[in-house]
Design a protein around this ligand. Sequence first.
Ligand code: G3H
Ligand code: 13P
Ligand code: ZN
Length: 328
Amino acid sequence: MIVTTNELFRHAYGKYAVGAYNINNLEQTVGLFRGNLGKSKSNDDPTDPAKSAPFILQISRGARGYTDKRFLEALIRAADQIFPEVIFAVHLDHGTEEACYDCIDSGFYSSVMIDASHEELPKNIEITKRVVERAHAKGIVVEAELGQLGGVEEDIVGSVCLTEPDQAVEFVEKSGCDSLAVAIGTSHGAYKFAGSQGLHFDVLEKIQNVLPEAFPLVMHGSSSVPKEWVDRINAAGGQMKSTSGVNEDQYLPAAKLGVCKVNIDTDGRLVWCAIHRESFRDDPENFDLRPPGKLFMPAYADYIVHKNGKLGSAGQLEGVRRMLAEGK
Ligand code: G3H
Ligand code: 13P
Ligand code: ZN
């Protein structure tokens, strides 16, 4: 069942964070749906309520343009039928104004992100407000961004600029956005921290305190870049540099301070890369695409289960279903 991100946030706020996972192809989609139901090896595995989680499936502009956006939409519709127990939101990640309108008009997305964070405050507000008006008219919710993460966001190369709490109040009030992505020290991609830096909890706490009660916050660039997966990639011929990501034990403290959505893309790519490299290394005569795919889907499902455990969303699916049934 497809719901809006804000319906999921109502259940999660202050308790846990919902995983927002980027999707590009069939194998990721299957692994994602299975993982969020606690199924690992096959679609026929029993659903595990203790591991079942609500989730956000997010699609970047790059993913929409990889082949044809209609392929991805068809995959997701099929997954929704094959796994009828799931509750998830379909979200546009880092949208331009044009991409947002395309998704709003498509009738398929329940949530869009307008990312005008590279603009000055008044322009960011102006653009976001336009998108909010058009989205709300169709019952779609809007995530916006204030402040800039380090690293690369789609085609925008950002330098770190933490979100200013006072600006956040003005931004939310004037733009009418439904959730806000804040810059609190993370960055996109595999190379986040050179040393032992972490999240700026002081800034996050200030933002939570000045915004309206229970206003949902979003954390981009939240992959943990596990050493285990980087080592596996390098042991199978990869050449990744030594790196570190967000400490997974910081997800729940961030959730307690209002972070309801945690964006994960890079970690999924690492799992994909390690599994495929190992598969070709261990079976050099193979030229069939399905053997690595068959290894990747359960590995990705297991990784989603692990991540949801760290986010606190594992075991929350039935609670969300009850909340929705009660019309809250
Ligand atoms: O924030 C960016 C996401 O990781 C999406 O990456 O544009 O390469 O699909 P992508
Ligand atoms: P990572 O690169 O840390 O996975 O962040 C993904 C993201 O923020 C997508 O919007
Ligand atoms: Zn992002």
